[in-house]
Design a protein around this ligand. Structure first.
Ligand code: SF4
Length: 444
């Protein structure tokens, strides 16, 4: 697997330095000692992968960092990236009993990161069970967190798993779509390498787009896991959208993470107000744009981004334009190479957005970044036999991930419509366990 797609660029590293500094060894022990080791551990219940939080924290307190990391990885093979990207305020840390006592919650994410960083620094590896001991062969289509978790669990239990990814590197949004100050692409690739070390085979640069390609996979493998994620970002559907100087949020993030975009200047307008939109707006600021606007058709209270993401964007200097929709993009005749983004103020009436008369505004800018959500992967989904799809999502059993076609399982964003990395990990692992159980029953 080539990691050439991820250059180590000192300028990007400096501009996207990590948001939260790591805990020192001493601070980690002090923080771990604050944990009450709750019997019913609401933090564990709040984690979709049910990491044994008090268990891994106790091991940090006693200096057993390897044991702590293994405890994390037993539940969540992407425990290192989840420590960086999970919205812990609304998951484990939000559920910590300390919150109910009006005390600061235990810093679970930073402790998890501390254990995982120590694991990497010591060059530790997970023990490999007898790979191939079970006859089950599974193809996981898509190289994102759901497929990685599914494949890792299968190999850890002695089955065979192959991840098929259309891009150069696996990892999905962890590698290409998460802001670098949260999770570095190189760290995502390192996690993938650990999974490869468990015996998972990777086939990168392979598109599964035709019925013939699916036929070939069905002939080679017993089961197919669909960890397809979501499709491309949705279009704004306004005139001028295909102009040079328009780049959607995921393209922008992937471009700077892979060294294809090192600098921006002038004014950038991001359309949308979700978490990815904020990642793109913050990235534009850090890449050098003097002014960054976020334009959103609803109000501040209705934005879909987490509150801490919104606060972060304000700290970065991003400016917000509420109740506004883009109407068209044109070349600015007075400023060579620059764009004019025309927008209009809207108000909601009977569930519809109506333009406010005389509210048109033209912003001269250098880059327009649509960030209005990802569309479902309809092309491939339309080809899947016996796999039901509703509103662009694969219908799969909530507990097992099995679809209407018994040889197809699914998990992650293509099933849940787009949630957190940790939800995808949980879905992929659940599916793997269900496949193993089904194979055992068939063999009995
Ligand atoms: Fe520790 Fe908080 Fe979890 Fe209790 S809820 S075990 S105090 S992290």
């Amino acid at each position: 697997m080539s990691t050439a797609a991820i250059p180590d660029d000192p300028q990007i590293r400096e501009r996207f330095s990590e948001l939260k500094p790591a805990l020192t060894a001493q601070a980690a022990v002090i923080e771990a000692d604050r944990c009450l080791n709750c019997f019913d551990a609401p933090c564990t219940a709040a984690c979709p992968t049910h990491i044994d939080v008090p268990g891994f924290i106790k091991r940090i307190a006693s200096g057993n960092l390897r044991g702590s990391a293994v405890r994390i990885l037993d539940a969540n093979i992407l425990g290192a990236s989840c420590a960086r990207v999970c919205p812990v305020d609304v998951l484990c840390e939000g559920a910590c009993v300390m919150v109910r006592q009006n005390r600061k919650p235990i810093q679970i994410a930073l402790l998890q990161r501390h254990a995982m960083d120590a694991f990497w620094e010591a060059g530790e590896r997970l023990p490999v069970k007898s790979a191939g001991a079970k006859k089950l062969r599974v193809a996981c289509i898509g190289g994102g967190p759901a497929s990685l978790a599914c494949a890792a669990e299968l190999c850890r239990q002695g089955a065979q798993a192959t991840v098929i990814e259309r891009r150069e590197l696996p990892g999905g949004l962890n590698t290409y779509g998460v802001a670098e100050y949260k999770l570095r692409a190189a760290d995502s690739v390192r996690e993938v390498e650990m999974i490869r070390g468990l015996g998972v085979e990777f086939r990168c640069g392979v598109d599964v787009e035709s019925a013939a390609a699916l036929d070939a996979l069905e002939a080679e493998f017993d089961i197919i896991f669909l960890g397809l994620g979501l499709g491309a970002m949705q279009r704004l559907n306004i005139p001028g959208e295909d102009s040079e100087g328009v780049m959607n949020a995921l393209e922008l993030i992937a471009a700077y993470k892979t060294g294809h975009l090192r600098e921006l200047h002038g004014t950038v307008v991001v359309v949308g107000a979700g978490n990815t939109a904020i990642d793109a707006a913050n990235a534009a600021k850090r890449l050098g744009a003097e002014t960054v606007y976020m334009l959103y058709r609803r109000s501040e209270a209705e934005m879909s981004a987490f509150e801490f993401e919104y606060e972060h964007a304000k700290q970065e200097g991003v400016q917000f334009m509420w109740h506004r929709v883009p109407m068209s993009i044109k070349l600015d005749p007075d400023a060579h190479g620059r764009l004019l983004l025309y927008s209009v103020q809207v108000k909601q009436a009977n569930g519809q957005f109506e333009a406010v008369p005389h509210s048109e505004l033209a912003v001269t800018c250098d880059l327009v970044v649509p960030a209005v959500g990802q569309s479902p992967l309809t092309e491939l989904l339309g080809k899947l036999r016996g796999v039901e799809v509703k509103d662009g999502r694969i219908l799969a059993d909530r507990l097992t991930g099995q679809t209407g076609n018994k040889r197809y399982f699914a998990g992650g964003d293509c099933v849940n419509g787009g949630r957190e990395v940790v939800d995808a990990v949980a879905g992929g692992k659940r599916a793997a366990m269900a496949m193993l159980k089904a194979a055992e029953v068939a063999d009995a």
